[in-house]
Ligand binder design. Structure first.
Ligand SMILES: Nc1ncnc2c1ncn2[C@@H]1O[C@H](COP(=O)(O)OP(=O)(O)OP(=O)(O)O)[C@@H](O)[C@H]1O
Ligand SMILES: [Mg+2]
Length: 341
């Protein structure tokens, strides 16, 4: 039986760009699927198709048992989507916004009020609850948007990078809310650039690249696939990346991955501490000064690097920091509006 979110052969092209090139998904009811992938991989496009905001060129999808292409209106009533900044009224206060959402979903005024208060507390918005949303900072807006998506707990939820731009405390708060939702039976598809987040929340992970699912499994399965130990070296200066790469290539059991901006090199190895000592001696002999070196077991970051050839965080930093998160949100809303038209 197909899961609460099911997709088969989704293809979507934008001019020459094949944003989705045959995406298949199957998310069992009550579980969390983490959709990972580098920038431009097709994550948001997948979410937009599954939430009826965008028509695929081909393929099919069923969400909460309803055909997405044939009965989009019914699908919309059965899902929650975060990232809909359009739903937040700038002139209403945070509290009024949340109460309004509750009433739209036919909650009694009393229930809507209680739910709004609980969510405001949860997302550390209680102090700002009675100020108009237009006075909120970027991070506060993002939290209000998330809270709005959580007023009712629909059976299936989609969250596109829900914690991008949130500080650690608020990220933690959102994780707790998500865990409660899922305990309550909600099925969730979430995209994220934070692999730690996927590791903690997702039962299953799909890694997408160039519009295709290139790997899937639990975090543990993907880590096991990626292999065993790795040596990770942070060199002191950029000029030393190249000699360090040569040294590591000599010891490695696979390709040396380089994150230039952090001067970090990673290579799969076998041989444990003894090998590590040899690597250190050889780096020293080549005059490479190291800031840090260690033997590590695979993390989801390693999985990501080995599958896509580059680090998730490196991409996230490069793309999200200059823009700041309020803009990311505004873009999302604009795109969604456009798609609804
Ligand atoms: N409306 C659009 N018009 C043209 N091209 C688009 C449009 N939406 C997406 N694309 C292209 O489709 C590809 C997939 O984009 P998508 O937004 O799904 O990536 P993503 O995985 O969400 O990336 P990110 O991590 O940066 O959010 C990209 O090459 C993007 O430029
Ligand atoms: Mg995206």
């Amino acid at each position: 039986m197909p899961g609460a979110i099911y997709a088969e052969g989704l293809v979507k092209t934008f001019g020459d760009v094949r944003a989705l090139d045959g995406v298949d998904l199957d998310v069992p009811e009550g579980t969390v699927l983490g959709l990972l992938g580098p920038n431009g991989a097709g994550k948001t496009t997948t979410v937009r198709v599954l939430t009826t905001l965008l028509q695929p060129d081909s393929g099919s999808a069923v969400v909460a048992g309803i055909d997405v292409l044939k009965r989009p209106n019914e699908v919309r009533r059965s899902i929650g989507l975060s990232g809909q900044f359009a739903a937040v009224d700038e002139y209403l206060t945070g509290r009024e916004n949340l109460q309004m959402v509750g009433q739209l979903y036919q909650m009694s005024a009393r229930d809507a009020k209680a739910r709004a208060a609980a969510l405001l507390e949860r997302f550390n918005l209680a102090d700002a609850a009675d100020r108009p949303a237009k006075t909120y900072s970027g991070g506060m807006r993002r939290r209000l948007d998330l809270a709005a998506a959580l007023v009712v707990s629909p059976p299936v939820m989609f969250m596109d990078e829900p914690t991008t731009g949130l500080d650690p405390r608020n990220r933690q708060a959102l994780w707790e809310v998500i865990e409660e939702l899922v305990d309550g039976g909600t099925t969730l598809l979430l995209t994220t650039q934070y692999l730690e987040e996927a590791d903690r929340l997702a039962h299953d992970i799909c890694v997408v690249d160039h519009g295709r699912v290139i790997a899937r499994g639990t975090a543990d399965q993907l880590k096991a696939q990626t292999g065993g130990e790795r040596v990770e070296v942070v060199v002191h200066a950029s000029e030393q990346i190249s000699p360090a790469r040569e040294v590591l290539a000599g010891f490695g059991k696979g390709e040396v991955a380089v994150a230039a901006h952090t001067r970090k090199l990673t290579v799969p190895v076998t041989g444990g501490a003894k090998l590590l000592a040899e690597v250190i001696r050889e780096l020293d002999a080549r005059g490479v000064e190291i800031d840090d070196i260690g033997l590590r077991r695979p993390t989801l970051d390693d999985v990501f690097i080995s599958l896509t050839g580059h680090a998730a965080d490196a991409d996230a930093d490069a793309y999200t920091e200059p823009e700041g998160e309020p803009e990311t949100g505004a873009d999302g809303a604009a795109q969604q509006k456009e798609a609804v038209k």
